[in-house]
Design a protein around this ligand. Structure first.
Ligand SMILES: [Zn+2]
Ligand SMILES: [Zn+2]
Length: 368
């Protein structure tokens, strides 16, 4: 059985990298052996394994693709027993978790940092939600500077930091009552990057990022609903110092429709018919989201009766199975009958017309 890493971290399969990080942080805090003791160790190991995979975009994609089956977790840290927690977290690219452990002693390296996730709200019509669509959106966003390939250095050339020899860290010796202690600290000169810019890129002023209106083509699947969202991996803000970009989240909003109201995959509408149709019955044509359908009315159809047209609703986003259309029939009562017709009705209903007139009036109020 494949391990369900999403379950282990208690997150949804669609969780953003940020949510995964947050879940991991919370779990790790709870189960770290310093607090939870020996019993927490197994759990902690499991949480870490899950995060090593889901916290890494590439590994996560690989894991998602196989559904976990046949996915092998590669414990490159060389076994749990031999590593300390700081290294473990460093390996997960998750520097700031140090804060919750030892309380410092070591400043974290400012390595490559992933760009932020970006949200984009997209309004579409119900018809577009029905059929799905491919569209281009334009978002003002930071992208990697092309002139310097995101390095921030003119012509993209970075020099190895001479202060730390490119490691980003320097060793310092401190005398303590217990003897000499060697400790490692972030290199001041390169801020831990290991590389320095000799001349700033004039295009991006050394930041490696440029704001532009980025055009992105997105594909909205059939059956999306209000607040459905689409994760477009790697289309968020550009990363820092060579880090990967964030993700783009497209949040769907569906414009109100002039005929249909949607509830999940079912569509609701009201159709008005005249009195004779209600009395005699027969076929009527009703609108559907992708055309029209025939509805057979029985004789004596009452106002507010609801008919169900099976399979004429919206498609389910996963199974594509369509819901139903529910048609509420409204019988229109004529307001001013020509004298001739009134006479005919009087003849048919006789004195009853007088007693039912109040009923008709009430019905009018109810309908309109
Ligand atoms: Zn640049
Ligand atoms: Zn340095």
């Amino acid at each position: 059985m494949a391990k369900d890493y999403y379950k282990i971290l208690g997150v949804d399969k669609n969780a953003s990298q940020d949510e995964i990080k947050k879940a991991f942080r919370k779990m790790a805090r709870k189960y770290q052996p310093d607090i939870a003791g020996k019993a927490g160790e197994e759990k902690f190991k499991e949480i870490n394994e899950a995060f090593q995979v889901l916290g890494d975009k590439q590994k996560r994609a690989q894991y998602d693709q196989t559904g976990g089956e046949g996915f092998r977790f590669d414990d490159s840290s060389g076994g749990f027993g031999s590593v300390n927690f700081e290294d473990l977290f460093r390996a997960s690219g998750f520097g700031d978790i140090f804060d919750m452990f030892s309380g410092g002693g070591r400043t974290r390296k400012k390595g490559p940092k992933q760009g932020s996730d970006v949200r984009y709200d997209l309004d579409i019509t119900l018809e577009q939600a029905f059929s799905g669509l491919t569209t281009k959106i334009e978002i003002p966003i930071h992208v990697a500077c092309k002139a310097c390939k995101g390095t921030g250095s003119k012509d993209g050339i970075l020099k190895t930091c001479d202060a730390c020899g490119g490691t980003g860290e320097v060793r310092k010796v401190r005398r303590t009552p217990f003897g000499q202690t060697v400790f490692i600290t972030t290199c001041d000169k390169c801020k831990g990057l290991g590389k320095i810019i000799s001349e700033k890129c004039p295009k991006c002023n050394g930041t490696g990022r440029i704001k532009e209106n980025k055009k992105i083509e997105i594909k909205i699947p059939r059956g999306v609903d209000e607040d459905s969202y689409l994760r477009v991996a790697g289309q968020g803000e550009a990363g820092y110092n060579g880090g990967p970009p964030g993700d783009l989240y497209v949040v769907i909003h569906i414009k109100p429709h002039k005929i249909f109201e949607r509830r999940d995959t079912d569509l609701y509408c009201k159709i008005t018919i005249n009195l004779s149709k209600a009395i005699f019955g027969g076929d009527i044509e009703v609108p559907t989201i992708d055309g029209t359908a025939k509805l057979k009315l029985p004789k004596g159809t009452q106002s507010h009766t609801v008919f169900r047209l099976r399979g004429q609703g919206m498609p389910d986003i996963h199974s594509h199975k369509r819901g139903d259309e529910l048609v509420k029939i409204i019988v229109e009562i004529p307001k001013n009958l020509p004298a001739k017709q009134e006479a005919v009705l009087k003849e048919i209903f006789g004195d009853n017309l007088k007693t039912t007139k109040g009923f008709f009036d009430k019905m009018k109020e109810f309908v309109s």
